[in-house]
Design a protein around this ligand. Sequence first.
Ligand code: CP
Ligand code: NVA
Length: 322
Amino acid sequence: MDLAHYQAQSAFTQKHLLTLQDWSEDDIYQCLSLALKLKAMQKAGQKQTCLSGKTLAMIFAKSSTRTRVSFEVGTSQLGGSALFLSTADIQLGRGEPISDTAQVLSRMVDGIMIRTFKQSDLEALARYGSIPIINGLTDEFHPCQVLADLLTIYEKKGTLKGLKLAFVGDGNNMAHSLMIGCSKLGIDVAVASPDGYKPSPVYTAWAVSNAAAHASKVTVCTDPLEACKDADVLYTDVWASMGQEGEANARRQAFAGYQINAGCLAVARKDCIFLHCLPAHRGEEVTGEVIDGPHSVIFDEAENRLHAQKAVMALLMGGGNC
Ligand code: CP
Ligand code: NVA
């Protein structure tokens, strides 16, 4: 697959990015291909204007560094503007209904990116509003991160289909989105999590079914080394996600041993890469040696948030033509 010259199978018709499960393989490839193009244009100093005169509202109910900065900078690079709306400041945080918020913002802005807790709140925005809604992370999913991850894997490996990604740790929003995104593109996914913290059986079933249609495999096990064996990509995420701070101590015990370390590198492919959505806790889910070592591509991955999300906004809000 040559993503730089990808020929779309059909017109891009998605209205929102709520979860990658809603997007087809072709939708994802179109987005990644556009991201590569926008990245090259940006590096060459070429002007991009597809969001000219448009505004993105960015609603945050949780903290963020990468998501906030990449959406704000990305909107500006595409000629538009972004509004940062913390739920601590807007009426949504004081109980104004999501349905009212969705309808009001639909009269004033051209798209909403939201980072919140419940996936159902994101779905409600999409249901009551009339503008594109982009998932900037919920407790269930983090699709924008996975688009950046897929872009990074493609850049480093020159391909996607046929690779193996191992995820070690909590069966959380990242695990769910990686299982879904990778399985749609024919990448094998092996998740190793302790009992009680495995990915949702519902989302696992979605991923298994995607994989069956793309001649790949999705497996969930308990042993990190089993997951990492022969992997091309090693991935992990924090043991306690945003909103789970009160469980941090219990989780530290439950996840002891669920770490990407030299032992994982020893069983993975020699040329494997290490990815982490960040922020990371060195000494917990990953050793300093791995995250700061030669296999790690975490900062290329973080940069790709910008390029992947510009493609998402260009497709959903800008007609796809930059
Ligand atoms: N990976 C990620 O979404 O980072 P932030 O929480 O800093 O946005
Ligand atoms: N699982 C983490 C991802 C942060 C980008 C969280 O939800 O906090």
